[in-house]
Write a protein that binds this ligand. Structure first.
Ligand SMILES: [Zn+2]
Ligand SMILES: [Zn+2]
Length: 154
């Protein structure tokens, strides 16, 4: 078995990314702040088929809001964010990985947007597009998703 290229902080929850993420972004929503115990979440979004999920039992999933369709998985051993998945019709299933859990730096793309920026704890001056509020954040996320899917299929 090949070494897995993604894992949580302690290494108990391991999984394999088969391809690069579609895109990477920062979420400033209060749920992500609490879930990650950080001012914002640095997340990489994969197509569902591009990630082999961690072994059953290594991750505990909880449903938090918003957005409602996200299942957030924490490592059963260290309790830190491990992997999340999102199924929101009509989008394909997406896997969200805290970027820090990707151990192979070659897999990590440059970040491309901020969402829920209105909830930010500090201003960030990085020139990336910033979306504030629920609907604008959903729209911004959806637009980046669509653009990255089109790029990938091209
Ligand atoms: Zn762990
Ligand atoms: Zn969030």
């Amino acid at each position: 078995m090949t070494q897995q290229n993604c894992q949580c902080t302690c290494g108990h929850a391991k999984f394999e990314a088969l391809g690069r993420p579609l895109f990477r972004g920062y979420c400033h929503c209060t749920i992500c702040q609490a879930f990650n115990q950080a001012p914002y979440a640095d997340i990489s979004v994969f197509r569902g088929n591009d990630v082999v999920m961690p072994e059953a039992g290594t991750v505990q999933y909880k449903t938090l809001r918003p957005p409602p369709a996200v299942q957030r998985g924490v490592c059963a051993a260290c309790g830190k964010p491990a992997i999340e998945y999102l199924k929101m019709f009509p989008m394909p299933k997406l896997i969200i990985v805290p970027t820090a859990n990707i151990r192979d730096a070659a897999l990590i793309p440059a970040p491309s947007l901020h969402i829920f920026y209105n909830r930010r704890l500090a201003d960030i001056d990085d020139g990336l597009p910033k979306f504030s509020g629920y609907w604008k954040s959903q729209l911004g996320f959806g637009r980046h998703l669509l653009a990255s899917l089109l790029r990938k299929n091209a």
